[in-house]
Design a protein around this ligand. Structure first.
Ligand code: 5GP
Ligand code: ZN
Length: 116
């Protein structure tokens, strides 16, 4: 069985699982997090299954650039580009990764604390 078959985010990409989609391009899809940690909490994922940053390679340079630029687009669409937003990628369990398909969190709409 391929990793993609059982991956919840691949199922969202294939529109087999429901999601509240914020934007979609040829390479990426962005949707609201099911357990939002702030008024705005969107996940942006590559349509290609990449487990996490440890599995991204030179072939993914263009894709990774698009992922980062999409964060601004999501912030603009959600009306938080000026108030501010945090972008987070958790890699492996020690950092809090719970879904093993690369995703960029875009979080905003409230005051963020630092360190997280
Ligand atoms: P991680 O903890 O891996 O960095 O982030 C995974 C995120 O995915 C969590 O914030 C969690 O709430 C969200 N999530 C997990 N399953 C689903 C799902 O089926 N749909 C949506 N929209 N979000 C999900
Ligand atoms: Zn996947």
């Amino acid at each position: 069985m391929k990793q993609e078959d059982n991956c919840i985010f691949c199922r969202i990409v294939r529109h087999e699982a429901k999601a509240s989609v914020v934007m979609e391009t040829q390479d990426l899809i962005a949707f609201d997090d099911i357990h939002p940690q702030a008024p705005v909490h969107v996940l942006i994922i590559p349509k290609k299954h990449i487990t996490n940053l440890n599995s991204a390679g030179q072939d993914d340079l263009d894709l990774m650039g698009k992922l980062l630029l999409a964060a601004h687009e999501v912030a603009r669409l959600k009306g938080i580009e000026e108030s501010g937003y945090r972008t987070v990628i958790n890699t492996n369990r020690g950092a809090g990764q719970s879904v093993f398909h690369l995703h960029l969190h875009v979080i905003g709409g409230r005051r963020m604390t630092w360190p997280p």
